[in-house]
Design a protein around this ligand. Structure first.
Ligand SMILES: [Zn+2]
Length: 406
């Protein structure tokens, strides 16, 4: 009897141990397959396999690998422009292995790109708790402060970033620009026109051109409202500078007479030659302001293509260079990179290609479809997916078709 009892105990122990051994082997196999999938960039499959490797006997490496797989998927999604899905991936990575510096930084950046300032600040401060003078985190916080018009604080962040990473020239430039901006704008006055706030120095020359600027602004606003079907509700800012003041605030865009960074900033030089350009420039920058206020982050080519169209440039002639066999820009450069290229040929090609593309997407009765495309992109759809859903063509197909349109 004792013997039988002992053997049944052994049997029971075996029953308990055996599945566990089998399970461990299965987990091990899943883990190995997951590592292979990760190395080959099959990120979704890696995540599925790693989840299968979870359980009581799970490897100690699992959280790290799971975080890595989710982050790699996040990077993949962000590069396709699908920011919301990318954010979810990075959040999953942070749950798998909380508190990794690189992850927190990516989360902060994504929140900024999606316009969620408070969560962005929270993540970036977590980075600074781990690494108090982390240059990239400081620069992102500077960017947030600048957008909220806290110029002194923005200047401080960029100065610290520049000190921590002197090789990153742009941090120093931004610190100087914030400094210049707060000096130049210290004595500016404000004037409200409809839902515009116009900020300018109270010089006689600027006051003299103000009525004309306001008339152009209203005209452009009406047209954008018609084109997009709605208008931003909150105030929009237009800052008018004289030549010297503009130079101080616009280091990065040395070739432009205006730019938009949350506010439209315009070089209002009084020379006649520039004056004739001003109406177009104002329309161009107001288009950026409308897109930004109504849709948040959109790909660069959508912004620049649409702004040039509103400015009054002819989309059809922009396509002629591509009809003559010129190649299109590389995908990522076209999506979000061409305007900051050091190569002016790339900049020029990017502008022409984006005008051709948006011209084609809005042609004929396509305006409602284009608005739906903007809404899809704003909701976090990737460019490829958003285009296919509304136009039945991906980016390459769309460009080929636009090229052939005369
Ligand atoms: Zn532009």
């Amino acid at each position: 009897m004792p013997l039988r009892r002992a053997s049944s105990l052994i049997l029971l122990a075996c029953l308990l141990v055996l599945p566990s051994a089998a399970q461990t082997a299965r987990q091990q196999r899943s883990l190995e397959q997951a590592v292979e999938a990760l190395e080959e960039g099959r990120n979704r499959e890696a995540i599925r396999l790693l989840n299968r490797a979870k359980g009581r006997q799970a490897s100690a490496k699992l959280p790290q690998l799971l975080a890595l797989a989710h982050s790699k998927l996040g990077v993949e999604l962000a590069s396709k422009g699908d920011l919301r899905a990318a954010l979810r991936s990075f959040q999953a990575a942070n749950r798998a292995k909380p508190g990794e510096l690189g992850l927190l930084l990516s989360l902060g950046h994504l929140h900024i790109r999606l316009g969620a300032v408070k969560p962005a600040e929270r993540r970036l401060r977590e980075v600074l708790r781990l690494s108090p003078e982390h240059p990239q985190a400081l620069a992102y916080l500077g960017q947030i402060a600048a957008e909220e018009d806290r110029l002194g604080s923005a200047g401080d962040y960029f100065r610290r970033a520049s000190k921590a990473a002197p090789e990153q020239k742009q941090y120093g430039e931004l610190a100087t620009r914030m400094q210049g901006q707060s000096e130049v704008e210290a004595e500016f006055v404000e004037r409200r026109v409809g839902n515009f706030v116009i900020q300018y120095s109270a010089s006689r020359e600027l006051r003299a051109v103000l009525p004309q600027v306001e008339a152009w602004l209203k005209e452009a606003q009406r047209e954008l409202h018609r084109s997009l079907g709605r208008a931003p509700e909150g105030p929009m800012y237009l800052v008018l500078y004289r030549e010297e003041g503009f130079k101080k605030v616009s280091h990065a865009q040395h070739w432009a007479n205006a730019f938009y960074d949350g506010k439209i900033r315009l070089n209002l030089d009084s020379s006649e030659a520039l004056r004739s350009e001003m109406r177009r420039t104002l329309r161009h920058e107001l288009a950026h302001a409308f897109l930004h206020e109504l849709y948040g982050e959109l790909p660069l080519w959508v912004h620049e293509g649409y702004a040039q169209m509103i400015e009054g440039k002819a989309a059809r002639s922009a396509g002629s260079r591509f009809r003559n066999g010129e190649e299109f820009l590389r995908g990522d450069l076209f999506e979000n990179g061409f305007a900051s290229s050091q190569d002016m040929a790339v900049v020029a090609k990017g502008y022409a290609q984006s005008l051709m593309a948006v011209g084609s997407l809005t042609r004929g009765k396509n305006l409602p479809r284009f608005r739906s495309l903007l809404a899809g992109l704003a909701a976090g759809e990737g460019t490829e997916e958003a285009l296919r859903k509304r136009y039945g063509l991906g980016m390459q197909g769309m460009l080929e078709r636009a090229r052939s349109e005369k």
